[in-house]
Design a protein around this ligand. Structure first.
Ligand code: HEM
Length: 376
């Protein structure tokens, strides 16, 4: 499956899952969003970016089977979580996705070993993210052997996946994407990414192990992550304030995503004292929705028609980004409300997403028809 199709699948599953979450089984709906929507898209995006980061040729076609395997594993886990009779299938799904993640990680390490010179600093973020995903799935498998630890292992899984797998992938990508969106390359990024990765990994491990077994460690982990996020936010406010606080474009959405990630971390720390808070809801509504719609605004034109970028690409990007600033504010509000534990925050997120999907569908159709007309 191509990247544009996976973007469409991800955004559609996000909308359905958010609408279902207050009614259907929460874990199944969440996995519809994370394991069916986000996981295959992340695998395909990594397969696209790893050759860029290692300055090597594009991924071989066989690698395209990994996002499909991930999608199959994701669908299986949703069914297994939705139907108690199929509980055993969770473990099959975990094995399948862990095998696909290990395949991608081994391929990335080979590309790194085969290149001349030093790989881009973003590559280590992707590799750390894949290692977190594998560890998160091993935690699910371990709970079959160690049932008394199921609750602790579920917490380990949750944090390794959200902060580790999705968080590290997203921040490693955002660091490179924002300068592209702004059209101003930032030479300081590589050293910032190298400096911040140990903090982000230590933060993720601290929060995950601490939430599972030793609460004070989770607070230390959250502090380590907040160092990374504070530096990121300060750099973005310094360099991209004009692009972020505006009515249109992808930048406001990427800015909202970064703020949403920080807010979900704060909600996670505060939830220890205020259990009504819902950090996972803040994460999906306040972070993932602006992240994927913002990244799609910037990347869909290139992914749909790679090669020389012309007027038609710029027109599509402008159409996708129309009122991006308004949507960013609505996603931020939805993350805050959902994170405070009110289900209507998720519905606000879904409605805002639909307000992107409908005009985006029309813009993509025009992009396609304009090309038909100009072809000889
Ligand atoms: C594909 C293999 C996967 C399996 C077998 C799996 C399995 C599970 C299980 C058994 C739970 C506990 C559910 C409960 O408490 O009822 C869980 C929770 C969770 N998982 Fe997964 N998962 C998988 C993939 C993922 C992925 C890819 C993500 C994120 C990117 C993810 C994020 C979460 C989160 C956030 C929770 C906590 C849900 C809540 O707050 O209720 N999982 N997972």
């Amino acid at each position: 499956m191509g990247l544009p199709a996976l973007v469409g699948l991800a955004l559609a599953t996000f909308a359905v899952a958010l609408l279902a979450m207050p009614h259907a089984g929460r874990a199944a709906a969440l996995h519809l969003m994370l394991a069916v929507g986000a996981l295959p898209l992340i695998f395909a995006a990594m397969s696209h970016f790893i050759p860029v980061l290692t300055r090597s040729r594009a991924a071989p076609p066989a690698l395209g089977s990994l996002p499909v395997l991930a999608l199959a594993g994701g669908a299986l886990v949703v069914v297994a979580l939705g139907l108690p009779a199929l509980h055993w299938a969770q473990h099959a799904a975990a094995l399948l996705v862990a095998a696909a993640a290990a395949g991608l990680l081994v391929w990335s390490r080979r590309r790194r070993a085969g290149m001349l010179g030093r790989a881009h600093a973003g590559l280590a973020w992707y590799e750390a993210a894949l290692a977190c995903l594998i560890a998160a799935l091993l935690a699910i498998l371990a709970s079959a052997l160690w049932p008394a630890q199921t609750i602790a292992l579920r917490r380990l899984h949750l944090h390794l996946n959200t902060l580790g797998f999705v968080g590290l992938t997203a921040l490693g990508t955002l660091a490179v994407l924002m300068p592209t969106v702004a059209g101003r390359p930032d030479p300081a990024i590589a050293s910032a990414l190298r400096r911040d990765l140990p903090w982000a990994v230590a933060g993720t491990l601290g929060v995950a192990l601490g939430a599972a077994w030793f609460a004070p460690l989770a607070m230390a982990g959250a502090l380590a992550w907040s160092v990374v996020l504070a530096r990121f936010l300060a750099a973005w406010l310094r360099n991209y304030r004009g692009e972020i606080f505006t009515l249109h474009g992808a930048a406001p959405l990427l800015g909202a995503a970064l703020a949403g990630f920080a807010a979900s971390l704060v909600a996670g720390a505060a939830a220890v004292a205020a259990p009504a808070l819902s950090p996972v809801s803040a994460f999906v509504a306040g972070f993932m929705l602006p992240l994927v719609s913002g990244a799609a605004t910037q990347l869909l034109p290139v992914w749909l028609r790679p090669g020389v970028q012309g007027e038609a690409h710029a027109r599509l990007r402008a159409r996708l980004g129309r009122y991006g600033g308004v949507r960013a504010a609505l996603f931020a509000a939805s993350g805050l409300v959902a994170g405070a534990g009110h289900a209507w925050g998720l519905l606000l997120g879904a409605a805002t997403l639909v307000s992107f999907l409908v005009p985006a569908g029309a813009a993509l159709l025009r992009f396609h028809l304009e090309r038909e007309r100009t072809l000889p």
